[in-house]
Design a protein around this ligand. Structure first.
Ligand code: NAP
Length: 235
């Protein structure tokens, strides 16, 4: 299914997988509304990608900011075909000493932020079918040292299925695409290096994590593109 001429909103577009995804979608002829908090990084991305990319600052944890993103996307594109909830944060830390502030930011961004953006865009998506792709994680199966992150992504997966079943009759589809460990991103970069080393050991013992598989941001972005193309054939 052609991405050319489609309008796609990508959150978390300022870095990592979201940045690679934005460039890939624009390269396929899609119009991309690229959203994140860092305006400077978004502006640099828009300059690199050209006029197909429309940069809009957003904080997905705030209602007013998400409403402004919806209004800006409508002005730029009219109807929206696809929303990719890619914005995410995570800390690698032992549960026993983990920060409650980190728990709250993880759930507020990865779970509630994705749901807030999804609901805000439903009116625009309903105008012509439409697709929501939530970026999940292999860690949702219960990787140690990322308990709250794993919980946020497992909950996102469950919510995606529930909302998909609720909205399918209206023509809107909601998917969750689980991504594996990916290098060249900011994920976990605010974590203590000693905790990351302990976590990698624990993951390797479970035969999960970067010792088992490690993608580039471009490869993970392509997995999301593949999921979008497959699903657009169905909606
Ligand atoms: N890297 C991995 O190994 C891996 C594996 C599986 C799944 N994932 C998932 O892939 C997605 C992308 O992560 P990444 O690895 O590419 O990490 P990243 O390089 O740190 O990118 C995260 C993006 O989310 C944005 N963001 C964070 N909080 C936000 C907020 N409140 N509002 C709006 N945007 C926000 C960041 O931009 P600003 O700071 O400018 O807002 C940034 O653009 C996440 O959902 C992550 O959980 C990553």
């Amino acid at each position: 299914m052609e991405l050319a001429g489609r309008s796609v909103v990508v959150t978390g577009a300022s870095a990592g997988i979201g940045r690679a995804l934005t460039l890939r979608l624009a390269g396929r002829g899609a119009r991309v509304v690229a959203a994140a908090r860092s305006s400077a990084a978004l502006d640099a991305l828009a300059r690199e990608a050209g006029p197909a990319v429309h940069a809009v600052p957003v904080d997905v944890t705030r209602d007013d900011s998400v409403a402004a993103l919806g209004a800006s996307a409508r002005r730029a594109c009219g109807k929206i075909d696809v929303v990719v909830n890619n914005a995410g944060v995570g800390w690698v830390e032992p549960f026993a000493s983990s920060s409650v502030a980190h728990w709250e930011e993880t759930l507020a961004t990865n779970l509630l932020g994705a749901l807030r953006v999804t609901r805000a865009f439903l009116p625009l998506l309903r105008e012509g079918g439409g697709l929501v792709v939530n970026v999940g994680s292999a860690a949702a199966s219960g990787w140690p040292y990322v308990a709250l992150y794993a919980a946020s992504k497992a909950a996102l997966r469950a919510a995606s299925l529930a909302i998909d079943r609720e909205l399918r009759a209206s023509g809107v589809r909601v998917l969750c695409v689980d991504i594996g460990p990916t290098t060249g991103t900011g994920f976990g970069s605010r974590s203590d290096a000693a905790h990351v080393a302990e976590a990698v050991q624990a993951w390797t013992a479970l035969d999960v994590g970067p010792a088992r598989e490690l993608a580039t941001a471009e490869i993970s972005a392509q997995r999301i593109v593949d999921a979008i193309e497959t699903a657009l054939g169905d909606v």
